[in-house]
Design a protein around this ligand. Structure first.
Ligand SMILES: CC(C)(COP(=O)(O)OP(=O)(O)OC[C@H]1O[C@@H](n2cnc3c(N)ncnc32)[C@H](O)[C@@H]1O)[C@@H](O)C(=O)NCCC(=O)NCCS
Ligand SMILES: Nc1ncnc2c1ncn2[C@@H]1O[C@H](COP(=O)(O)OP(=O)(O)OP(=O)(O)O)[C@@H](O)[C@H]1O
Length: 200
């Protein structure tokens, strides 16, 4: 039997850092940010739909989608984000399902689905259990500004476009706090794997 663990958390909470740990353990990770990028590549279905909706302002000279410009539009306007989500999320979920099916055929005991907006998009229904990586907003802001070279204002807009931590905590089966070192995160993930082995 395969257990599907939905991995979520706010922007810059540490999901990709957790993915490195899982991959080192040879546990497959489905990266939804990567899927979201792929569907917007020239020639793919999301590309045409998003280009039609947002127009020339988001198109680079080489015809690719300028995700940075698109990000500035949607993270500054909840309505525009909702429109983008309505276009992209069905395509992303279809791709996640296909990747899950492939891993099931390969009889993988555990699959991680790394989905930043898992709860916002009600994606937990595709998972057997969910893990939330939690950090206080002050630490999140610091790590996000440092990693993406964003201004405080731009970083806060991205954070606030997502569901609040307290709401996510209510929905998650497991919560890991990533306020400590990366080593401490790794230790907590080790413990979680033992728990999942027992319970699922
Ligand atoms: C807005 C876009 C073009 C910005 O692209 P960019 O390369 O600058 O950022 P990237 O995709 O790496 O996302 C960075 C982080 O932003 C946050 N984020 C991305 N999309 C969303 C969203 N729809 N709602 C809230 N937060 C989001 C996540 O924490 C994500 O990890 C892109 O994120 C996008 O197409 N988003 C819509 C699809 C989606 O929901 N993706 C999330 C994975 S399911
Ligand atoms: N415990 C930690 N201590 C210090 N820095 C950390 C820790 N965990 C993660 N980071 C750093 O914080 C930043 C954000 O982490 P990461 O990229 O893993 O977040 P994410 O949840 O995958 O982000 P996104 O939602 O944008 O995909 C990275 O620069 C990462 O190296």
């Amino acid at each position: 039997m395969t257990t599907i663990l939905g991995l979520t958390g706010g922007i810059a909470s540490g999901k990709s850092t957790a993915d490195i740990f899982f991959r080192e353990k040879h546990i497959p990770v489905i990266d939804c940010d990567q899927i979201a990028h792929d569907i917007l590549n020239v020639g793919n279905k999301g590309y045409e739909l998003v280009k039609k909706q947002f127009g020339a302002q988001i198109i680079n000279e080489d015809q690719s989608i300028n995700r940075s410009v698109l990000g500035q539009i949607v993270f500054n306007d909840a309505k525009q984000l909702d429109i983008l989500n309505k276009i992209t999320h069905p395509l992303i979920f279809k791709e996640i399902q296909a990747k899950i099916a492939l891993n099931k055929v390969a009889k993988k005991p555990l699959i991680i689905v790394d989905a930043p907006v898992l709860f916002e998009a009600n994606g937990q229904k595709y998972c057997d259990c969910t893990l939330l990586i939690a950090i206080p907003e002050s630490v999140q802001l610091k790590r996000l500004m440092l990693r993406d070279h964003l201004s405080r204002d731009a970083a806060l807009k991205r954070i606030r476009s997502q569901m609040s931590l307290s709401q996510k905590e209510k929905l998650a089966d497991f919560v890991i706090n990533n306020v400590g070192t990366k080593q401490e995160l790794k230790y907590q993930l080790e413990q979680l794997l033992l728990k999942i082995k027992e319970e699922y």
